[in-house]
Design a protein around this ligand. Sequence first.
Ligand code: PLP
Length: 220
Amino acid sequence: MSFAENLAEIEDRILKACQKAERETRPELVAVSKRQPDERIEAALAAGVRIFGENRVQEAQERWATRREKYPDLKLRLIGPLQSNKSEDAVALFDTIDVLDRPKLARTLADAIQKLGKSPEILVQVNTGEEPQKAGVLPGELEAFLTETCPDFGISPVGLMAIPPAEEPPGPHFALLAKLAARYDLKQLSMGMSGDFETAILYGATHVRVGSALFGERDY
Ligand SMILES: *Cc1c(COP(=O)(O)O)cnc(C)c1O
């Protein structure tokens, strides 16, 4: 199938999930372009896609730095783990950083924001499954992170992001993330990928991050 056909199918599935959830506002579709070949990126741009997710700063710079000039309405989101020494590059390139997950990163992002005079939107990643190998603030530590750590550094997150454990049903994780976002009055809920975006929409996702279902398999 062509990119445009994949896109039409995903948009249709998003619409149906919104109808099922009796939602009036549709979530934004974040096209996850990591490790995709150039021709698919160009096809996505030609089809009108403007919101892209990337999981590595350097790869994103290579892919987007020059394309940004041609497409001033692009919105780039960083959805993969960020090393604190890449904070400045990340703040320079991305419109939204979905992955703030620790105090040290709050500090280096705050420094970069001040130095560059540019403030991307920031979401806090939550490790809803409390998986040792996974990034994210633990649910039990979120309150202190949002009410002490972030304000200490002058950072005001606009939402929460999570990746549920691969081997569990995602619904309870999405429900937990939605509950936490409501508790702290955070507007953005970045949740749902190719395999579970419809479930995420039922639980209130405002941004679904879809890669392989849209572009095809990635190049590993
Ligand atoms: C790669 C990735 C996605 C997209 O995954 P697909 O299963 O290909 O849709 C979404 N979110 C994050 C954080 C990712 O790293």
